[in-house]
Design a binder for this molecule. Structure first.
Ligand SMILES: N[C@@H](CCC(=O)N[C@@H](CS)C(=O)NCC(=O)O)C(=O)O
Length: 181
């Protein structure tokens, strides 16, 4: 298998962890986001990372990739078994990849990607808005939804990973979740 992407991406990290949990060997092809790389767009028209190639199959989007891995390689499940838990796992994965990533990884985007890749100044006003106003209600929701101890569905799965991965990026950019809240 070939995984195109960069390990610093919360979405690529998610797939790396899924592959590791399932014990699947792969080659990582370094691909940065926002490069307008015409060759890469032939396999991923959105130009986003990650993309996975497995034999003749090429698929994009971390959630689609993880669902494929689950179906093609059922060892070490990435999703819970019963329909209600599975639906909840999908929702939490969706939330992790949408609003949580937009905000938590948004801090990283401003403080790392803008100055280092896009050669632009970070928007610290936006970072302050994310930290002070936008993240707290989302964290309150997660606090109410998630168990006080342990993983969401007993074993570590994609719902845990999807919610956690953007906060790895936020931590790189100096943000820590307030454990007291
Ligand atoms: N829904 C996609 C999101 C992937 C994504 O947004 N990746 C970012 C890097 S963290 C990217 O490639 N951004 C470049 C762009 O938006 O052009 C997934 O889950 O794989």
């Amino acid at each position: 298998m070939r995984l195109h992407g960069a390990s610093g991406s919360p979405f690529v990290r998610k797939v790396q962890v899924a592959l590791a949990l399932k014990g699947l060997p792969y080659e990582q092809i370094q691909q940065l986001p926002f490069t307008r790389d015409a060759e890469y767009r032939k396999i991923n028209p959105l130009g986003k990372i990650p993309t996975l190639q497995d034999g003749g199959l090429t698929i994009c989007d971390s959630t689609v990739i993880c669902e494929y891995l689950e179906e093609a390689y059922p060892q070490a499940p990435l999703y819970p078994a019963n329909p209600a838990d599975r639906a909840r796992a999908r929702w939490l994965e969706e939330l992790g990849g949408s609003r949580v990533a937009e905000l938590a990884a948004g801090i990283f985007f401003q403080r790392f990607m803008r100055p280092m890749v896009l050669k632009q100044e970070p928007d610290e006003e936006l970072v302050a808005k994310i930290i002070d106003r936008q993240l707290p209600p989302l964290l309150d929701y997660l606090e109410a939804e998630l168990p006080a101890q342990g993983f969401i569905f007993g074993a570590f799965m994609m719902a845990d990973m999807s919610l956690m991965s953007p906060f790895v990026n936020a931590a790189y950019a100096g943000y820590a979740v307030d454990a007291q809240r």
